[in-house]
Design a protein around this ligand. Sequence first.
Ligand code: ATP
Length: 131
Amino acid sequence: MNQQTNKQRFSLRKRVSSFKYAVDGLKVLLAEEHNARIHMVVAVLVVIFGFIMDIGYAEWGLLLFTIGFVLVAEIFNTCVEAVCDVLCPEKDIRIKKIKDLAALAVLVAAVVAVAVGCLVFLPRLVSWLVC
Ligand SMILES: Nc1ncnc2c1ncn2[C@@H]1O[C@H](COP(=O)(O)OP(=O)(O)OP(=O)(O)O)[C@@H](O)[C@H]1O
């Protein structure tokens, strides 16, 4: 039996490398995924809007969580597409099903984000317009 274990000494250099790989992933995402760029721009606008509207801590928590939720969904969608393209570059009904489901995950996240945005900002906008 192979007694080799996965225990490795803690290495700060390796931890920094992991961070660099994540930054490489961010570069790929921004360079290749137009939807991700749109999500990033919307996220920045929402944050600016949050400051302008002076929202509370709980609302900040909800908004930031939702922004992360959408971005993570987009990132995993991109991963799924990339894996599919490697495994099966030809047209295949099974690949269509997988990619469509991954795209649906992003859509669900985006719809939830719009709903959260409305819950946070609409009451403030309405009272701001009324006053
Ligand atoms: N190999 C394939 N076989 C069958 N259908 C495919 C295949 N590749 C893509 N499709 C179909 O085309 C759609 C778009 O796939 P594509 O890989 O081009 O993603 P995309 O345009 O980058 O999508 P997104 O906007 O979600 O990033 C898929 O949801 C699927 O319906």
